[in-house]
Structures are given as C-alpha cells and as structure tokens.
Design a binder for this molecule. Structure first.
Ligand code: CO
Length: 220
C-alpha cells in the first residue's frame, strides 16, 4: 500500500509539470486554448481503473465521467450533462462504457449485500442482475460476478444509446460510436464486449449478440 503523504502529492505534481514542459515545450499553454478529445469514458470510480493510464491517453484526449459501478441512469443529470457536453460541444467520436471485473458495486448487487447509502445506487445494477437472472443462474458461481460486470457495461451502453442526447446527435447525422468494454484488474487488459453501437437502428441485435457472447465467454 502507498504511504504517499499530501505534501508528496504536491512534490510529484511539480515534478510532473516540469517533466511535461521539458519533454513537450508548450504542452500546457497549448491545452489552454481548447480541449478537443475524441473520446468519452464512462467508468467505475474504483481507484484501480484510471481511464488515461489504461489507454495511454494524455491530458486533453479523453473526457471522463466515473461513478460507482459505471451506471448510466436516465434521470442522472450529472452523467447526462457530461454526455451532452462531450457529444454536443466537444464532438467526441467514441463513447465507451467501461466496466471492470472484480467490481465491488456489481458484487454487492449480485449478493444483495448491504453497503449503506450506495445500496440505492446499486439498485440499478440489481435491475441488470434481475433482467439477466436466467443467464446468471445458468453459469457456475465463479463466473457470475464476471458475467454481471460485463452485462452491466452492456446495459449501460443501451442507456446511453436511448438517451435524448444520443438520439438527437444521431438524428442530425453526427458520427458517434458507443462501445462496451470490461477491464481486468488482474492483468490490466480491456475486453471488447462487442457492444458497439454506431448509430440508431440494430440496437436489439447488437445487444442480443453481446449478451450471447457473455454466456459463451464465462465457461467452465
Ligand atoms: Co467498480
């Protein structure tokens, strides 16, 4: 475990800023002019899943929203506002919902564990669990957690796709592709869940195929 103190964070920050400026003179002043990220990332708040480091993206390259268990709720103004801003204003080309194996929020939903106030938030993951109850029950217990992490990311892509923001963007011909991914804490690799949505139409088919892949991936 890290024993980094608050003072050290400032030391590291100054070293990082100096190193960046040495390597790439004008890096910060260049970013001041505008941010033009091509990507938006919706991921879990888990400290082990940092969007930029995992994908090798630098400041200015990915617009990020994170919450417990990477949930997209149609009434969550916080998440919807970040999607709206990134799509309408920043014109991101790809939006990925990234779950991760070993997600504590997903496990709490799977096991009906009480964790406190967050139970109310995790209720949304329980909806995913209940929607796919038959599939989850058909898997051996050791795969259920992984499967629900994948299914949750897939269902949240659906929620993004059905948001007014995306429907309006696609209706006016804007090119934005949605993706569902799942990150492994154990080896640092991302699995593409094949939940790729380039626009309106075909959502049900893509969803069915992605869910079928979940079942085939979690084998004994
Ligand atoms: Co998590």
């Amino acid at each position: 475990m890290s024993t980094t103190s608050i003072e050290e964070l400032f030391v590291h920050n100054r070293e990082w800023a100096q190193q960046m400026e040495r390597d790439r003179p004008g890096f910060f002043t260049g970013l001041m002019a505008q941010q033009k990220p091509r990507y938006m990332w919706i991921g879990c708040s888990d400290s082990r899943v940092p969007a930029n480091q995992i994908t090798g993206l630098e400041p200015g390259e990915v617009f990020v929203h994170r919450n417990v268990a990477n949930v997209v709720v149609p009434s969550d103004l916080n998440c919807l506002s970040t999607i709206q801003y990134s799509v309408d204003q920043l014109k991101v080309e790809h939006l990925m919902v990234v779950g991760h194996y070993g997600c504590g929020g997903v496990l709490a939903a799977l096991e009906d564990a009480r964790v406190g106030l967050a139970d109310n938030w995790i209720r949304h993951v329980k909806d995913v669990r209940d929607k796919h109850g038959v599939l989850l029950e058909s898997l051996s217990p050791q795969w259920r957690h992984d499967a629900l992490c994948e299914l949750n990311a897939i269902e949240q892509v659906i929620n993004v796709a059905q948001s007014t923001v995306m429907r309006d963007a696609w209706a006016r011909g804007q090119k934005v592709t949605l993706h569902g991914w799942c990150y492994s804490l154990s080896n640092g690799l991302i699995t593409d869940l094949q939940m790729t949505v380039p626009g309106v139409g075909g959502l049900a088919e893509v969803h069915a195929q992605a869910v079928a892949l979940v079942a085939s991936r979690q084998r004994d």
